[in-house]
Design a protein around this ligand. Structure first.
Ligand SMILES: NC(=O)c1ccc[n+]([C@@H]2O[C@H](COP(=O)([O-])OP(=O)(O)OC[C@H]3O[C@@H](n4cnc5c(N)ncnc54)[C@H](OP(=O)(O)O)[C@@H]3O)[C@@H](O)[C@H]2O)c1
Length: 243
């Protein structure tokens, strides 16, 4: 039996895109997936598809910007399962098109609410349940656009992508990953950030060259990394990404 078989995983924004494919990959490993979705109909539609493929999936109402739904989700998970083994902070939004000088500050705050404060709230709230797991894995779905090394290298393919809210929120999410990894370094819980690569999803008008299935690979890998695996790192499906 594999280490994570029978485990419980919560994924935010699991009703579509990369989050859905992470859910599909984890159910294929016989992990029970709690599909975190802010809209029940969209969440249930995803669950029906996962179940049609033999997966074990349950709906959890979760808007990462609404801390009451986060609190209620934790209460329900505690009652149903008494623990959480895997948390994937996947839900994300982006603002494209404006130069940094022209981005509406309200839009930047909105992006931060979903991409940074949401994961912080979800991680803090789920941590008591993750501490009850035999292992405990946290995966933060970041982006290469959050890499200061890549975005400051003028020869990098990421150098020209200007998105003040999105890019800086993902850099901050990377920093958050390090913070939690340090706090949890003497526990079995591992905390890593991953980058899916540029994938065709609704986030980018389906423009990416990779598929959501490919985008899910690194998240699935680090959600189920063994006890000898890393913590506090930043990875894609080929290995380490520079911070
Ligand atoms: N696609 C790429 O090329 C790419 C590259 C690097 C990183 N990423 C990251 O990958 C993650 C998934 O993105 P994606 O490309 O799969 O985009 P997507 O298809 O637009 O999916 C985003 C998911 O997040 C959910 N969501 C948004 N705001 C939420 C909130 N406040 N509470 C709960 N759920 C919320 C959406 O739910 P609704 O259906 O209700 O809107 C949807 O399920 C994001 O963190 C993104 O930054 C994507």
């Amino acid at each position: 039996m594999e280490l994570f078989q029978g485990d419980i995983a919560l994924i935010s924004g699991a009703n579509k895109g990369i989050g859905y494919e992470i859910a599909r990959g984890l159910t294929a490993k016989k992990i029970t997936v709690l599909v975190g979705a802010r809209d029940e109909a969209r969440g249930q539609a995803a669950i029906a598809k996962l179940k049609a493929e033999g997966g074990d999936a349950r709906f959890v109402k979760l808007d990462v910007t609404d801390h009451e739904t986060v609190r209620r989700a934790a209460e329900w998970i505690e009652k149903e399962f008494g623990r959480l083994d895997i948390l994937v902070n996947n839900a994300g939004i982006a603002e494209w098109g404006a130069k940094p000088s022209g981005v509406d500050l309200a839009k930047v705050r909105e992006v931060y609410e979903t991409n940074l404060f949401g994961p912080i709230a979800l991680t803090q709230t789920m941590l008591p349940l993750l501490r009850k797991s035999k292992h405990g894995r946290i995966v933060n779905v970041s982006s290469s656009l959050g890499s200061l090394t890549l975005s400051s290298d003028l020869n990098s393919p990421f150098a020209d992508f200007l998105a003040l809210g999105y890019n800086t929120s993902k850099s901050a999410l990377n920093s958050m990953t390090i913070q939690f990894a340090k706090e949890l370094k003497d526990t079995p819980i591992k905390v890593n950030a991953i980058c899916p690569g540029y994938c065709a999803t609704d986030l980018n008008g389906n423009s990416g060259p990779r598929s959501a299935v490919q985008g899910a690979v690194a998240a699935i890998q680090y959600a189920t990394i063994g006890e000898d695996g890393p913590t506090g790192g930043y990875f894609n499906d080929e290995g380490r990404v520079p911070w």
